[in-house]
Design a protein around this ligand. Structure first.
Ligand code: ADP
Length: 484
């Protein structure tokens, strides 16, 4: 049935307690290739009962996994990292087939995903506690850091591998066990990662991957008192809902939600470098990342020059199926995504914006869209308020540094921001004034396993990756030892 069926890592079953399983009901749902609309496989349509069993499996596995030596957990994670890296081509093909991104980007994502597993394999050995200065001579004060317990991870379709490893690697390193629900559009990459985890020798129940009804699975994961933490990446709307569902059991939460990233180009910027940075930040994954530049703010003195150079570069991007060599922009994930892009452009044009390049659906049809640059965009237009999540760069104009900062911060979101400038005083002032969790200065791409990833305001709670990421999966226990 599928061109993927010959791949060793291609699984059409869910993974619970070390077993590959169908849904209790026997039902399954289709997964399609967004480049062709063709069905590439089916996965089990699981619900509440299977989720309960996955949680129970994770709970049983927690007893032994959390007691393993940190060194043993580190060795298993290291092995998983090696297997993921060795399987780069196969994982990339699975990812491009279900998600659409160009193969080169898919390979890049596999490396990025693997980097979290390697990083947290190393961090597993550094969950140190403390000994505090005592308050009395007959007592000693200790701090232990211990795993939170069973964790749930709900992940989106735009980074089908990295959003999983960025949660699972620190969880496993800390000694937690996990139930993962990948996005329904991209389950095959998640299941392939589970195959590799199994091959690496990660014990049954430590990682469980369930596919199916998001509402039913989400209700069980958030409602279960056994699940002590939820880590979610996705839309702000669903993040709010899941946070409220976690209220009754007071779960720990990590939320990586929507963004509305400003990308500011000041008069003193290196304009060619700014164009290059804007291309990388805006058009990667066809504009479907939560850290994509959503609003490009350009100072009046360089506005026209920047607009022309950006439009020239964008007009050269090659659109097509991600599996075709040399393609820069794949299809959008689905028809709702393309409708949103179209409506944002329509609204901007109706209110006085001008098309510098693109602006329409691509002649390839389906969910392909022309990479677009719009000039004369104003804060009153929808593109200023909402995440477009597509290959559209709207250019806003500003005069002063203060005006740029005010425009940049005028949003309920606070994930990533970027700016290009050369004056060192300005670089510090603006970096400090931007109300965002991450700021890229003279770069359009800043995510890596070493830097903390996360947002402020309604972009989320918590940080992933980095030396801080493992803290999200550790509790602090205070031990007061008397009678010494
Ligand atoms: P996107 O708009 O990027 O698809 P979503 O927030 O809708 O973002 O989806 C992110 C993840 O959240 C996916 O795995 C999706 O299945 C899941 N999800 C969506 N709605 C719910 C829900 N009500 N309960 C639990 N998970 C959900």
């Amino acid at each position: 049935m599928s061109k993927l069926s010959s791949l060793e890592l291609f699984r059409q079953q869910a993974y619970i307690d070390g077993n590959w399983l169908d849904a209790d009901s026997g039902s399954s749902f289709d997964v399609s290739d967004p480049a062709t609309g063709e069905v590439i496989g089916r996965v089990p349509d699981m619900g509440r009962m299977e989720t309960v069993r996955a949680i129970q499996a994770a709970d049983r596995a927690f007893a032994s996994w959390s007691r393993k030596l940190a060194k043993e957990r580190a060795a298993l994670l290291k092995r998983w990292f090696e297997l993921i890296s060795a399987a780069t081509d196969e994982l990339a093909l699975l990812m491009t087939s279900e998600q659409g991104k160009p193969l080169a980007e898919a390979r890049g994502e596999v490396a990025y995903a693997a980097s979290f597993v390697e990083w947290f394999a190393e961090q597993a050995k550094r969950t140190n506690g403390d000994i505090l200065p005592t308050t009395g001579g007959d007592r000693r004060l200790l701090v232990m850091r211990q795993p939170v317990g069973v964790c749930a991870a709900i992940t989106p379709w735009n980074f089908p591998a990295a959003m999983i490893t960025r949660k699972l690697a620190p969880a496993l390193a800390a000694g937690c066990t996990v139930v993962v629900k990948p996005a329904e559009q991209t389950p095959f990459t998640a299941l392939a990662l589970a195959v590799l985890a199994e091959q690496a020798g990660i014990p049954p129940g430590v990682i469980n991957v369930i596919t199916g009804d998001p509402v039913a699975i989400g209700a069980e994961l958030t409602g279960s008192p056994t699940v002590r933490k939820l880590s979610f990446t996705g839309s702000t709307e669903v993040g709010r809902l899941l946070m409220s569902q976690c209220g009754p059991t007071l779960k720990r939460l990590s939320l990586e939600l929507g963004g509305n990233a400003p990308f500011i180009v000041f008069d003193d910027a290196d304009i060619d470098a700014a164009v290059e940075g804007a291309m990388a930040s805006k058009y990667r994954n066809a504009g479907q990342t939560c850290v994509c530049a959503n609003r490009i703010l350009v100072q009046s003195g360089v506005y026209e020059a920047f607009a022309v150079k950006l439009a020239d570069a964008v007009a050269k991007l090659k659109v097509g199926p991600g599996v075709v060599e040399g393609v820069n922009i794949g299809p959008l994930i689905d028809s709702a995504a393309i409708d949103k892009v179209e409506s944002h452009i329509g609204d901007a044009l109706a209110n006085g914006a001008r098309v510098m390049t693109g602006g329409m659906r691509h002649s390839l049809g389906g969910t392909f869209f022309q990479p677009t640059v719009l000039a004369d965009v104003t804060p009153a237009m929808r593109v200023a308020r909402e995440e477009t999540f597509g290959p559209v760069a709207p250019l806003f104009r500003f005069d002063s540094e203060d005006e740029a900062i005010a425009m940049a911060n005028d949003t309920e979101f606070g994930l990533a921001a970027y700016f290009y400038a050369r004056d060192v005083g300005r670089i510090f002032r603006v970096a400090e004034a931007l109300d965002y969790g991450m700021v890229g200065v003279n770069t359009g791409v800043m995510s890596n396993e070493v830097s903390p990833f996360g947002g402020v305001k309604q972009s989320g709670i918590g940080r992933e990756g980095s030396i801080y990421g493992i803290d999200e999966y550790l509790e602090i226990k205070s031990v007061c030892l008397g009678g010494v």
